[in-house]
Design a protein around this ligand. Sequence first.
Ligand code: ACO
Length: 429
Amino acid sequence: MDTKAKIIIEGKTYEYPIVTGTEGEKAIDISALRKDSGYITLDVGYANTGSCTSNITFLDGEKGILRYRGIPIEDLSDTASFVEICFLLIYGHLPTKIELEKYSEAFTKQSMIHEGMKSFFDGYPLTGHPMGILSAMIGSMAGYYPELIKPNPSKEEIDLISVELLSKVRTIAAFAYKKSIGEPYVYPRHDLKYVPNFLNMMFNSPTKPYEIKPVIVNALRTFLVLHADHEQNCSTSTVRLVGSGLANLFASVSAGVNALWGSLHGGANQAVIEMLQKIQTEGGDIKKYVDMAKDKNSKFRLMGFGHRVYKNYDPRAKILKSRADDLFRELNISDPLLDLAKKLEDIALKDSYFIERKLYPNVDFYSGIILRTIGIPLNMFPVMFAIGRMPGWIAHWKEMLEGAEVKIGRPRQIYTGNNVRKFIPIEQR
Ligand code: ACO
């Protein structure tokens, strides 16, 4: 097989190495193309551009495969704890019992936030979107914990800052929620594990003690595990890009949170529920919405459908759909929005528009239904995604920093503006 690719430009042939991944994916390393020929490649939205090599997550969108460090997501989603997944993604192997105990202890120790940060929360209006508060709070950790910010962090310093962020993010998220409903903050408890601790901080209140139900804990655990990494998506690429300029972890991840917020990315879980509620209040006319999504004159898209990489059923959506069924069965409840979502999926998957474009439900299609059942308010949905994605962002930041060479991310462009022209002073215009 050829190990070089040939590119012919203006009659001249240039040869570039072919890079092959461990799962057989192929790339042409064109990093010397501009130096050799004066040309760059143009790939708006980076749909065909590899920005790095990585050994964290494997994703085959055609076959619907997702693996963390080689382990299929289907195996991890059943019983692995979220803390175990954090370890796996960040360190590359499953922790031993002792490693996991030590790691969990570190999470417990770091769960409190700086008392000074509480006054920061108090400055926000009750209507402040928790995603905006989350990104600001993560960015501000650089100010509250300056001792963690190191110009060239050692392995131990990276470990420390990572655990601080992973543990404190759930406290920050729960405090942001408590602030938004005007209830007193509930501090983290050392006797509770990651997920029940978070649920307790979110929902316990002096007037109504919260009962931590294993079925709810399991549903949230599954949600977090399934969101933990997804290779070079918009927010992870943002974290890597910001980090490539040697920005600290808090600054890089705060940027990632903002990138995730958009409705084409992590904000889609909120948008799906809003869409389903709208269909329901308008009488349940699903076909009208499917037709609108197909109409190129309308800006409407079926939220929770389609994916840049998956051209098959998103494996995470498959698991979440069945977990939603389990959850309702175990709690002996129902949600008309789940029935509506299933009907919408059935209609869309039989429609030639969606079939031809290979548009399937993505992770956000069923996740919101689970979050709603847990009691998470709608505007906290993207925050839940961010908590889940935290280990992935950290693993990528760490992988880049510890790589052979950190290279600042700096794409080029093809300029299409004016050619050189004269400045005309204001009085002559
Ligand atoms: N509804 C209707 N049509 C769609 C949808 C949709 N949800 N998604 C894609 N299409 C159509 C496009 O109009 C386009 O049609 P065309 O070829 O006739 O022009 C074709 O499918 C390809 O779509 P692109 O926009 O080129 O695909 P891209 O890879 O750029 O976008 C994206 C992927 C942003 C996820 C898109 O499918 C979308 O907007 N989905 C809805 C939002 C959503 O659910 N986002 C969450 C994604 S998962 C995540 O980030 C966690």
